[in-house]
Ligand binder design. Structure first.
Ligand code: DAT
Length: 177
């Protein structure tokens, strides 16, 4: 049986990764397991310490990657995380980088109750295209796409586009097998 693809959905916090991943998992023609990596880290206790200043956990990447390797090897996975360079180059079939206008992103993060410092840091990262650069330097250009995620029309169009890509990917896998 053909395994499903491994899709990384990445982007600055608040750009819409989880919203996209959930919609994609519900509409995909092949079952996709959605792993919200930040939640997974918390659930599995895969962190080293809690950083009070940044109000964030320092992730134990070695343990995280060991655990994810098992899930990824089954195929049919969406990895939803605000960073991607830790994932080995051989893992993803597609890397989606979500982008959002920084003022819109600011209000999304404010609504989330993030402290000012964290909002500023993320806003700057979005302006500087940090995650995009990370994706481009970690994976072949042909598997990296950046998509705007500012409106619900974008969300629907993006998910439709990824589903189109999955359909094509499934066709190609059939030809190979
Ligand atoms: P992330 O997982 O990247 O942190 P999210 O999916 O939790 O982001 O979305 C953050 C908020 O922004 C949430 O209230 C939903 C909203 N949102 C995300 N993408 C959107 C889009 N394309 N159009 C409108 N709202 C969006």
């Amino acid at each position: 049986m053909t395994k499903g693809p491994v899709i990384v959905i990445t982007g600055t916090p608040g750009t819409g990764k989880t919203t996209h991943a959930e919609l994609l998992a519900s509409q995909s023609p092949v079952p996709l397991k959605h792993i919200n990596v930040s939640d997974y880290v918390k659930e599995r206790g895969l962190y080293e310490e809690y950083d009070e200043e940044w109000q964030t956990h320092t992730v134990d990447e070695d343990r995280l990657l060991d655990e994810l390797e098992v899930i990824v090897s089954e195929g049919g996975v969406i990895l939803d995380w605000h960073t991607c360079e830790a994932f080995p180059e051989r893992w993803p079939d597609l890397v989606v980088v979500l982008r959002c206008d920084h003022s819109k992103l600011w209000s999304r993060l404010e609504k989330r109750g993030y402290p000012l410092k964290k909002i500023q840091e993320n806003n700057e990262a979005e302006i500087m295209q940090v995650v995009m650069e990370e994706a481009r330097s970690s994976y072949p250009a042909e598997i990296v796409v950046d998509l705007e995620s500012e409106t619900s029309d974008h969300l629907e169009a993006n998910v439709e586009r990824i589903i189109g890509w999955i359909t094509q990917w499934l066709e190609n896998s059939k030809e190979v097998n």
